[in-house]
Structures are given as C-alpha cells and as structure tokens.
Design a protein around this ligand. Structure first.
Ligand code: F6P
Length: 548
C-alpha cells in the first residue's frame, strides 16, 4: 500500500503552484474579481444532468480552476476514476473494490469485480425488490393476520439509515400516502418507542437494514421490534410476514431469525454511505414505487457517466470536489455549510455529513503517512433555508471565520402555494449575494447610520458560496445530486491522498462501549481500574443512580 510519486501531495509542483497562487490572492475580494471580469458569471457556471452549478461567487481568480485541474491530474485523479469504474480494489485498507456505480448500471453494461460481471446480480436484486414492493403496495403481501401492511419501519444506522431517511423525505411528494414510514436508528429506546407508539403490529413491516448485520444498535432495535410484534401477534410464524432484511451477510440474517428468502442482498463493494440506491433503498422503493426508483437510478447513472467522461474543466463533481479542497486546504476554511432551499431536502445535510466526513475525515495517506502538512476534510453541516437565516447565518455573515456555503434550490416548487416559492428563492439568491459582496462602511454611512453603529452594521462580504439550481426536485434529479456529491467526495479524497472508503475511526468507541455496557449492568461492583479516573467515576455515578 504505497502511493507513487512524492511522499506528500504538498511536494507536488502543482500543489506548490496553488499554494503560491492562494497567497497572491490575499487582499483581492469578490467585488474586485467581479469588477475585473464582466463574463465571470458565465465562465464559472457549469451545467450537466439537470443541475446548474454556479461557482462565480467562490474566491476563484482566472487561473484558479486551471491550476486545480492540473493538481487533479498531478494527483492521478483520471487513473483513480478509471480504476474505480474498472472494479479495482481501490479501498486498499479493506482490500475491496468500490463499485457503487454498478448499482445504477443499465442492464447489459459490464462492470466486473475479479472478472465477474456484477450488473446481472444488481438487476436480479432490483427485480426482486420491485416484485416485493408491488406486492406490499397492492396489498398482496399482507401481515400475519391477513391485514394489509400500512406501516413500514426501517431499522438501520449510518448508511443504513441516513440515505433511506434522506431519500424518503426528499421524495415524499412522490410517495404512496397510504403507507406510513418511520425510521429507527438510535440505540436509545426512545427512538423505537416513539416510532411505533401509534402503529398496529398487525399492519407493520420492519425492514432491518445492516450491511454487516452485526451493528449493535440495529440488532438491539430489531430484537425489540421482534418482541413488540410477537407480544401482539403471539406466533413465531408472524416474523416471516413482518420482517425483511437488507444485508451482505446472509449467515447473520439467518442467525437472527429472518428467513433469507425475504432478504435483499448487496455486496462488499458497496460502502454503507454509498448504498442508498442498493437494496438499502427498499423503503424508498416502497414509498415511491419501482418506476420512480428506476428514475432515481437514471439520475445517478447520468452523473456517473458525466463524471467518467467529461473533461475535468467542465466536470461537475470534479470541480465541486476541487472547490472544496481550494476552500479548506488552500484558503483555510474549517467547515462547509450545506443550505438547501427546499424543505424536502431537510435531511440532505445530515446525509452529506456521513458521506463526506466518514469518507474523507482521515489523518493518514493511503500509504500510511501521517498528514501533518495540510488539512483534509472540513466539517459539513447545515439546515434548510430560510430557517438557518434566523439562527446561524449571523456568524456566516459577520463572524470571524470564513464558512463557504453550498446553496441548493429549484426553479419550480413541488408545492406551489401563493408567493411562497418566489419568497424562498429570493432569500436564497439574496443570501449568496449578501455574503459575496457585503455592505461597506461607506455604504452603511450613506444610509445615515450613526457612527458608533457603523462597524456593527458593516458586512465584510467576500464570503464564498456555490449555487446549485435544478428545475424541480424529481427522483431523477435527486439521483444526480447525490452522485454529484459522491464523486466530489471521491475527487477531494484523491487530492488529499486518503482512502475515502474505509472508516477505522469508528471502531475504538464501539469496542469501548462493548466493554463498558456489562460494567454498567453487572450486579457485582466491577473493577474499574483499567479506566481513567473520569470514566470510572461516571460509571460509578451511573450505577448508583441506575439501581435507585
Ligand atoms: O460505524 C460506522 C458504520 O460502519 C457505517 O460506515 C455504516 O454505514 C454504519 O456503521 C452501519 O453499518 P451496518 O450497515 O453494517 O449496520
């Protein structure tokens, strides 16, 4: 596992050129950049797969994108894209291929892992999913007592939850309103209790989603779901009608007691956070139906094809990833705010957090070198507009930190009500404009503001953002939007020389929790000497209160 070339990306001549370029931009503002180039807005806006992406309000001078594209070439991005699509084991630390693009490959296309064409396998699962979803939606698949399924509860966490919740929320407009959907992820029993408190077990289907089928939270929730179901239906045979599983691990599914004939599989070459369009999307397909799910896959596929074939200079995911690298690694931003101006995308920032931060939140290179000479993944966060405007935007406008923003909006609303959509999008465009250009002291004085308040009412501007605009939020467009970010994350990972497809950083906490749980529950006072003083005291305090 050694990476070729210089030991650090920062030693590449292309990297050094960009670092020098960033320094040369000191003091040059977005106002200056716009004043110098009347065609900037056209030059820095790009369009593909139904998405218009405007980077004009980023701190990009004439040569910035060309230099970033040269860096991408110098980092071997082309070769890495080709290796991914060729089924290469680019997830080197887990010795796995990375082929989520095969999940949306059309029938007849060949994508191979170790010489095996995986596309027929993908379509076999999609066909089984479609038959099952049609059965449930048409009432042919019914509960143990013969009642129709009216409620679907997805149990899963991380990629087995965030994608399904985000997609269901985003595509609710297209969903069968006769079915109620709930999502349970947290091991906190409150999550399960509140999700089912008004549901009838005889009409409830649980989808237990877990790539590994060993995840503590998901198995705890699935066990509780089984007890809840059996307490009402009083027959073990009911499990077969009320539980289906989505996993790569048939043995564990069977060991849990779910019949593998009602298991929908996927493969170790699909990362959890890249799995919403695999069988993990079963709840999505139940909600919107197989045809609309296929539309979503078509949107993913269009962006995959664009990513694979378009020149880097106009390649949406490549440019998006490079702009993120530019802002964080070269201009020093710590976070990126994701601000969808669409209520249906309310869970998109949370989804993106796992996608970006579990992928690129790494501190060693693929070759195992500690990265001490540049910053990798920023913190992604956000909330839908306009709500965020009335909470945290103050800091984005006038705080001491620069927070690049991704605005996301649509030309047409799925819920056209009076002036609402015009007001929504007016706010979206206004925020980006205000952030970029601000309001100078002179302008504030010109408004007649009294001298002591001038500094307070001045907006420094020069706060970068990208604007992503689609016609309307359709399943196809959602697929393209998610794929845009998937491949942007891949691009940034390639520049940072990290492995975006492992997640070793989640392991230590899991191991320690497994050790602490029996210490909390033990009837005899456990020896806690292996813990630090703080943790031992917390365990003692919890134990004392637990038995009260
Ligand atoms: O702990 C992190 C993680 O492994 C994520 O990568 C994954 O999406 C999540 O847990 C759930 O894993 P699984 O689908 O195997 O239950």
């Amino acid at each position: 596992m050694t990476s070729p070339g210089p030991s650090s990306r920062a030693d590449l001549p292309e990297w050094r050129a960009l670092a020098a370029h960033a320094a040369s931009l000191e003091g040059i503002t977005l106002r200056d950049l716009f004043a110098a180039d009347r065609h900037r807005a056209e030059r820095l806006a790009f369009e593909a797969c139904g998405l218009f992406v405007d980077h004009a309000k980023q701190r990009l001078a004439d040569s910035t994108l060309p230099l970033l594209v040269q860096l991408a070439r110098g980092c071997g991005l082309r070769e890495q894209i080709d290796a991914m699509f060729a089924g290469g084991r680019i997830n080197a630390t887990e010795n796995r291929a990375v082929l989520h693009v095969a999940l949306r490959a059309p029938r007849g296309m060949r994508l191979e892992v170790d010489g095996h064409d995986v596309v027929p396998d993908v379509h076999a699962v999609l066909d089984r999913m479609a038959a099952f979803c049609d059965g449930v939606r048409q009432g042919e698949w019914h509960g143990h007592t013969g009642r129709p399924i009216r409620n679907v509860v997805n149990i899963g966490i991380g990629g087995s939850d965030l994608g399904p919740v985000m997609a269901f929320t985003a595509l609710r407009h297209y969903a069968d309103r006769g079915l109620t959907f709930r999502f349970v992820s947290n091991v906190d029993g409150t999550d399960f209790a509140e999700a089912v408190h008004d549901l009838d077990p005889a009409e409830t289907l649980f989808i237990v989603c877990s790539k590994t089928f060993t995840t503590q939270e998901t198995l705890a929730n699935a066990r509780t779901a089984r007890s809840w179901t059996l307490a009402a239906l009083r027959d073990e045979a009911a499990v077969a009608r009320h539980f289906v599983a989505v996993s790569t691990n048939a043995a564990e599914v069977a060991a849990f007691g779910i019949d593998t004939t009602t298991m929908f599989g996927f493969w170790d070459w699909v990362g959890g956070r890249y799995s919403m369009d695999s069988a993990i999307g079963l709840s999505t397909m139940l909600a919107i139906g197989p045809e609309q799910f296929q539309e979503m896959l078509a949107g993913f596929r269009a962006m995959d094809e664009h990513f694979r074939s378009a020149g880097f200079e106009r390649n949406l995911p490549v440019l998006h990833g490079l702009v993120a690298v530019w802002n964080t690694t070269f201009l020093g931003a710590h976070t990126i705010a994701v601000l969808p101006y669409d209520q249906y995308l309310s869970r998109f920032p949370a989804y993106l957090q796992q996608l970006a931060m579990e992928s690129n939140g790494k501190r060693v290179t693929l070759g195992g070198r500690a990265i001490d000479d540049y910053q990798t993944c920023p913190v992604y966060w956000g909330e839908p507009g306009t709500n965020g405007q009335h909470s945290f935007y103050q800091l984005i406008h006038q705080g001491t930190r620069i927070i690049p923003c991704d605005f996301i909006g649509f030309i047409q609303s799925l819920q056209p009500l009076g002036r609402h959509h015009d007001l929504l999008m007016a706010n979206c465009f206004a925020q980006a404009e205000a952030l970029a250009f601000g309001k100078t002291e002179a302008e504030v004085r010109g408004d007649g503001v009294s001298e002591p308040l001038v500094a307070h009412k001045t907006f420094p501007g020069d706060r970068p953002s990208s604007m992503i605009v689609g016609e309307r939020l359709t399943p196809r467009l959602l697929g393209s939007l998610v794929a845009l970010y998937e491949h942007a994350v891949f691009t940034a990972g390639a520049i940072w020389d990290v492995n975006p497809f492992d997640q070793w950083g989640v392991e230590l906490g899991k191991v320690l929790a497994t050790r602490i749980a029996p210490e909390l529950e033990a009837s005899v006072e456990p020896a806690l000497t292996h813990h630090d003083g703080s943790t031992a005291a917390l365990i003692r305090r919890y134990r004392a209160g637990r038995s009260r």
